[in-house]
Design a protein. Structure first.
Length: 330
């Protein structure tokens, strides 16, 4: 089976093509919208995705060496995400499904991140840290669901970092040579500042930390603020993760999502997993951020069990949680 997947939840429009035997990933093409100033404006991003969509689909097919008629199903991320942007991907997927008489598979964006991570790293039954611009979740599979053992109570870790560097004039772009601007700024930090550390059980809160860090920039060196903000945020994540480890007794941690590419976070996790005697698996940078291959692979898993989506049911779901998805595959 060959599946074409379309990712269109935020700033990236991606198309990936996968098959059900090695090598699983045939192509993974993406185009990312980078604002000239400020944050993402859904209307601008939607226009960008609509313009690049035909070329990205064509390039993905060419890279994979297959024609659209050889594709067995069209998978698309239907949420969570920003409505106007999600609708671009959904519209392209519906058009391809209708024109070429292909079944449609609606995929949860977060499930795509997790399943591509499990495929690439070979993880079997891990505790999952899903950390991105829109999500901060600690989860593991229990039965036929990914159950939540901890999450952000307000803004996501990635979003907090993005907003901070944008507000202090370091971004856009948010990532340079594979490093987030907050990591680059933190390299010049020399002292730690007293910033709010908020962990409630296994849940975290980042909004107060963001506000306090922005205030501290008025009277302190920016490099020191970046260092302190990053260290506090990551330490909060580690505390919640350790509690989830103690509760679930898992022997492996899998890190997925855009923030998984952070080298400083990986170093902290390596120290923690060494103390606990558990394995650490981090999804490679190519598949850490949003991409079409992860949607194609999650769609392949669903399609293998006949879990297709009727066109009339292919509505976008901006707040679709991973624990709402029934997992039909092992």
């Amino acid at each position: 089976m060959i599946v074409l997947g379309i990712e269109s939840t935020a700033h990236t429009f991606g198309v990936g093509i996968v098959k059900d035997s090695p090598p699983y990933i045939l192509s993974n093409i993406r185009r990312t919208f980078i604002p000239k100033e400020g944050g993402m404006r859904p209307g601008e991003v939607a226009r960008h995705h609509a313009e690049v969509a035909p070329g990205v689909v064509r390039e993905a097919l060419e890279k994979a060496g297959v024609s659209i008629r050889q594709v067995d199903a069209i998978a698309v991320s239907l949420g969570p995400g920003l409505g106007p942007i999600l609708r671009i991907g959904a519209t392209v997927a519906r058009a391809l499904a209708l024109k070429y008489a292909k079944p449609l598979v609606g995929v949860n964006h977060g499930i795509g991140h997790i399943e591509i991570g499990r495929l690439i790293t070979g993880s079997r039954d891990p505790l999952i840290l899903y950390i991105s611009g829109g999500n901060t979740v600690i989860s593991t599979r229990v039965g036929n669901r990914y159950r939540i053992f901890g999450e952000t109570l307000d803004i996501a870790l990635g979003n907090m970092m993005d907003v901070f560097v944008r507000e202090v004039g370091l971004a856009p772009p948010y990532v340079v040579n594979g490093k987030h601007q907050i990591d680059l700024c933190a390299e010049g930090g020399k002292k730690f500042l007293n910033l709010p550390y908020v962990v409630k059980g296994q849940d975290m809160s980042f909004s107060g930390l963001l506000s306090a860090a922005l205030r501290e920039t008025k009277n302190n060196d920016l490099h020191d603020v970046c260092l302190s903000l990053r260290e506090v945020a990551f330490d909060m994540m580690l505390e919640a993760t350790e509690r989830a480890l103690a509760l679930t007794s898992k022997s492996e941690i899998l890190v997925v999502g855009g923030v998984a590419a952070s080298g400083s976070l990986k170093e902290k996790l390596e120290e923690m997993t060494l103390d606990w005697g558990v394995k650490l698996s981090v999804v490679p940078q190519e598949f850490a951020g949003d991409n079409g291959a992860m949607i194609a692979y999650a769609g392949l898993l669903q399609a293998s069990k006949g879990a297709y989506t009727e066109l009339s049911e292919s509505k976008v779901r901006q707040r679709w949680r991973i624990d709402e998805v029934e997992l039909l595959w092992e």
